[in-house]
Design a binder for this molecule. Structure first.
Ligand code: B12
Ligand code: SF4
Length: 501
């Protein structure tokens, strides 16, 4: 065994920020890290691991002989692959397994019950190094804050989450280039960090979200934080810029940057320092996520000047009842319309707005509300229409059970179904013809010339079903063309920014 080597596995995510932060922490503590990016993300045709891929991992573990193996399970959507790996490692090796990540933090028992030795909840930087040290020295790790393990009676013991810090800069920068990485996909193992060839770099300037949406785990993760740890922790501008400078150096093909903060920081002073340094050192188009109650004209205007090209914002439903009582989102229709107006008037090139439609809580009247609201949004806009995925650990799950839509057993079957079924449910659901038509009309209103046409059917769509189907098919083609247009405009913007510089 190589006492100084730790293996980390990221699932369906070549950029896996969590794992990259852990690599930095472990490297600083003197460990050599073998990072395995296990399969790529594909929301349309996701596939479970193949036997060949498992065999490739098995051989790699044999070659690397790590002190321990860390599994990063951020989401519940690909657990069948994680399960297969746990089973394989348990059957063939005696190497300690430790799991962490957002989903793991909420469900440590899931992993302990499957034979994983340890779970680390919440921030892993400090705890994983302590665990590695303890294992290396043959010491008892059970005192480590945030650690979960099997008790004497075999039952899971969960230590309190602890020793986190508000100063997340102190965790260091995520490894932009993992030093000893490989990528396993399509029955092949390719050496090297798959992020290096990326066109878009993903960064997160803060951790946490102040909102409480019932279908999202962020508030549930926030509730687990110990007293004194802020729900939203923001990095210094300098730390973010240092990471992006490194990203530009390592990833030669970068065209734009995605800020994956739940809500892009707008702290006083932060944005001013950010725009100054971003322009000077980075100068790439970028996208951010926002929220109708967090959109501020003065912030967007400043960001647009240094490359902000797209704001992605959740609207989720046009029905105030669904938003407030079911989704626990308290913005009004006016707040939403105003936010889209601000985005447009601030000069942001693209606004993408997410809706979650056709779920058990929604009536046809609620769905129609989304149609009326979509017509009021300021464009040019892109509407992303999704279904509602019930994620384990979210507040909406007991709500759906209490309302009698599912039994607990049915809900568990849905939430822990195969990834193919879960992603399938994301794009396609069984609905009435009327619901289907309203959905299609919502999709059509984002395109000017189709909007006029569907408006003619809005008093009663059913008799016009065939025409609406045809308009929808056209809208889908438009959406594909728009995608190409959007990407090429952003690439052109990149070129322009380079020249103007
Ligand atoms: C940014 C983000 C993304 C980005 C990821 C960008 C990237 N480069 O990694 C994108 C947009 C790609 C993404 C995609 C998805 N996401 Co996402 N995402 C997030 C978000 C907002 C922040 C994650 C993050 O980067 N945090 C910063 C890093 C530093 O923290 P971290 O990942 O938690 O890692 C720390 C600890 O967890 C721990 N840790 C992590 N791994 C390990 C491993 C070990 C061994 C140890 C000891 C510790 C440890 O240490 C790390 C450092 O402190 C979270 C919300 C949240 N609060 O976590 C949702 C979240 C994780 N995503 C979620 C979902 C559902 C998804 C998708 C399935 C969405 C979809 N339908 O396509 C995909 C799945 C992607 C995947 N393969 O995992 C859910 C998961 C809930 C669930 N039950 O499944 C969350 C919680 C949001 C929500 N809706 O509730 N996501
Ligand atoms: S605003 Fe977004 S990240 Fe925050 S709780 Fe709602 S869905 Fe989750």
């Amino acid at each position: 065994m190589n006492q100084n080597r730790v293996m980390l596995l990221a699932f369906y995510n070549k950029k896996a920020l969590g794992v990259r932060y852990l690599e930095t922490a472990l490297a600083k503590a003197g460990y050599e890290v073998r990072t395995v990016f296990y399969k790529d993300f594909n929301s349309i045709h996701p596939t479970k691991t193949t036997e060949k891929e498992l065999a490739l991992l098995r051989e790699d573990i044999r070659r690397q002989q790590p002190l321990m193996i860390g599994l990063s399970a951020m989401s519940s959507m690909y657990l069948e692959t994680v399960d297969a790996i746990i089973e394989m490692v348990r059957a063939e090796f005696r190497i300690p397994l430790v799991a962490g990540g957002a989903f793991t933090t909420m469900f440590p028992d899931y992993f302990l019950n499957r034979g994983v030795d340890y779970v680390i909840r919440s921030d892993g930087e400090l705890a994983i190094c302590r665990l590695a040290d303890a294992l290396k020295k043959g010491e008892d790790p059970r005192w480590i804050p945030s650690l979960c393990y099997h008790g004497e009676d075999g039952k899971p013991v969960l230590n309190e989450i602890g020793d986190l810090t508000n100063d997340i800069d102190s965790y260091g920068l995520p490894a932009v280039k993992c030093m000893n990485a490989c990528f396993i996909e399509h029955d092949e193992l390719v050496e090297g960090d798959p992020q290096l060839s990326t066109l878009s770099y993903e960064v997160i300037a803060s951790r946490g979200c102040p909102f409480t949406c019932s279908y999202c785990c962020c508030c549930n993760l926030r509730r687990l934080l110990p007293k004194g740890i802020k729900g939203v922790r923001t990095r210094s501008v300098q730390s973010v810029i240092d990471e992006l400078i490194e990203a530009k150096k390592q990833c030669k093909r970068i065209v734009f940057v995605h800020f994956y903060d739940e809500i892009f920081p707008s702290l006083p002073g932060w944005v001013d320092e950010f725009v100054e340094k971003y322009k000077k050192y980075i100068n790439l188009p970028f996208t951010i996520w926002s929220h109708p109650n967090a959109v501020k004209a003065e912030v967007l205007q400043k960001l647009v000047k240094v490359g902000l090209s797209e704001v992605i914002m959740g609207i989720q439903s046009g029905s105030e009842h669904i938003r407030r009582d079911i989704f626990h989102r308290y913005e009004t229709q006016e707040d939403i319309v105003k936010a889209t107006r601000i985005i447009r008037e601030s000069g942001v090139f693209w606004g993408s707005f997410d809706f979650m439609l056709q779920h058990p809580f929604e009536t046809i009247e609620d769905l129609k509300e989304s149609y009326w609201l979509a017509k009021r949004l300021h464009g040019p806009l892109e509407l992303q229409l999704h279904g509602l995925n019930f994620l384990p650990g979210t507040d909406i799950v007991p709500m759906a059970i209490d309302a009698g839509y599912y039994t607990k057993e049915e809900m568990d079957r849905i939430m822990f179904a195969s990834m193919e079924e879960q992603f399938g449910a994301y794009w396609h659901r069984e609905v009435s013809r009327e619901s289907d038509l309203w959905f299609k009309m919502i999709f059509c209103v984002q395109f000017k010339d189709l909007r006029k046409k569907v408006e003619a059917f809005e008093s009663d769509p059913l008799p016009h079903a065939g025409e609406i189907d045809r308009l929808y098919a056209r809208a889908q083609k438009y959406a594909k063309l728009r995608y190409v247009y959007k990407k090429s405009r952003i690439a052109a913007k990149r070129v322009k920014m380079k020249i103007v510089r």
